[in-house]
Write a protein that binds this ligand. Structure first.
Ligand code: ADP
Length: 427
């Protein structure tokens, strides 16, 4: 029997991406189809999504969805079903999905993603003629309120809900005043409802309401039970431990395949690994690094505290002193951006930095780098180390979260922790 799932998310490749959430949401429908799961993805109608849509059909409308007119468009994405919530008042604006052109959060983010979640709950509970779903699967805080709407105010018969935590650090907290705009019954304002420290907690509300909770690796599922990683929600996670499951992320093996990656100077396979050298040379030339002189480390990351970028920055002079080279692609914290640019200035030919976001370049770096550094302080799963594994760019990672579950440690340190000798280095 085919299981019909509505996957509700604020981003998905190839239409809109700010991080790993988009990669996973975009890859999921193709990954589950072999298990007889038919997944429909619901996205907000940002300009990039509207521009990237092929043929669509309007299948439903809301005269006032939390105050704004909206309609639902149905189309396809990568051969799988796609629904787009076209609510111009909430989503048709230039800037990012969550921030304006200057990098500030949109002031109405709470209302925007509540409306998105309200619409998702309507769709999942049968408001759209001819559309029925067995499971509503909400990703992260931007969609988590869908589970709360299904619990407190479904449009019809509510299917079971699943909330996936891609990063516990982002929770969607808003003042009490927002509650009055959410169109939820008074009983939702409760400690086991949407209330969180006197305000509204979107992720918290979703985790309370969901039938099941998943996160993106087994280690992170354990870590978020602790105050250090649970970010205030560890008590809730402990209380719901029986419904919390860690399932490690996968990658889209079509988009991320070095054998036929259109971005690579020289596509290669495990048998033709020698061709990789041409990709390394291309990266050296592109970044202006001294060719062939020491290991070429790459970083493709948000430049933030979570990603341990401050730690890397502190160690850079030492790393270069040991003979290493570094090519970094990223953006984020302005002080970190400036720090890396300054380090490149101190070490021309050894360190080169691109501040910005460049999908094609990220592929080329995985194809040409010797090792990818992921020094995260916490990492729910992480995807760049998985791409590194697929591309022969050896991941050098912190021992945290999904990095533990996806990167096998094969050095002496492992033997010191009493792990199987089969993995020990012979040094
Ligand atoms: P997170 O979602 O926490 O940022 P992940 O490792 O799960 O971290 O996913 C990050 C995704 O974003 C990966 O696909 C990575 O290649 C991509 N990425 C991050 N920074 C950049 C950048 N500056 N340019 C291109 N891709 C980037």
């Amino acid at each position: 029997m085919t299981i019909r799932v509505l996957s509700i998310a604020s981003e998905a490749v190839p239409l809109v991406k700010t991080g790993g959430l988009a990669d996973v949401v975009g890859a999921l429908p193709g990954a589950v189809v072999a298990h007889d799961v038919a997944m429909t993805t619901l996205l907000p109608g940002y300009p990039a999504v509207m521009a990237g849509l092929g043929k669509t059909k309007a299948i439903h409308s809301w005269p006032a969805l939390l105050g704004e007119p909206a309609r639902l468009l149905a189309g396809t994405i990568g051969g799988h079903r796609l629904m787009v919530l076209d609510a111009p008042g909430f989503f048709r604006r230039e800037g990012g999905p969550y921030v304006d052109g200057a990098g500030r959060d949109w002031a109405d983010n709470g209302l925007r993603f509540a409306a998105f979640s309200r619409a998702a709950a309507d769709i999942a509970s049968g408001a759209v003629r001819g559309e029925t779903f067995d499971i509503a699967h909400a990703h992260d805080w931007q969609a988590a309120m869908a589970a709360a709407y299904l619990r407190f105010a479904p449009a019809g018969e509510a299917p079971p809900s699943l909330v996936t935590i891609h990063n516990m650090a982002f929770q969607g907290h808003y003042p009490r005043a927002l509650f009055d705009q959410l169109d939820l019954p008074a009983e939702a304002w409760a400690i086991n409802g949407v209330e969180y420290h006197g305000g509204v907690g979107f992720l918290k509300a979703g985790l309370e309401a969901a039938w099941a909770i998943t996160t993106v690796s087994p280690t992170y599922a354990r870590e978020i039970r602790s105050p250090e990683f649970g970010m205030g929600l560890d008590g809730l996670i402990r209380a719901r431990a029986g419904q919390v499951h860690g399932i490690v992320n996968g990658i889209d093996a079509h988009d991320w395949n070095p054998a036929h990656d259109p971005h690579l100077a020289a596509p290669f396979t495990a048998r033709t690994l020698g061709r990789r050298a041409a990709n390394t040379a291309a990266i050296e030339a592109e970044f202006g690094l001294a060719p062939g002189t020491g290991p070429l480390f790459v970083v493709i990351s948000r430049l933030t505290w979570q990603k341990g970028m401050d730690v890397l920055l502190q160690g850079l002079d030492h790393l270069v002193g040991c003979g290493a080279r570094l090519a970094l692609l990223g953006s984020g914290d302005k002080a970190l951006e400036a720090g890396f640019v300054a380090a490149a200035g101190r070490h021309p030919g050894r360190i080169a930095v691109r501040i910005g976001y460049d999908e094609a370049l990220s592929h080329r770096m995985q194809g040409g780098g010797d090792a990818i550094l992921v020094p995260s302080r916490f990492e729910p799963c992480g995807l760049t180390q998985l791409y590194g594994l697929a591309y022969g760019c050896v991941p050098v990672v912190s021992r945290t979260g999904g990095l533990v579950d996806t990167v096998v440690d094969a050095n002496l340190a492992r033997s010191r922790r009493g792990l199987p000798p089969a993995y020990n280095s012979t040094r």
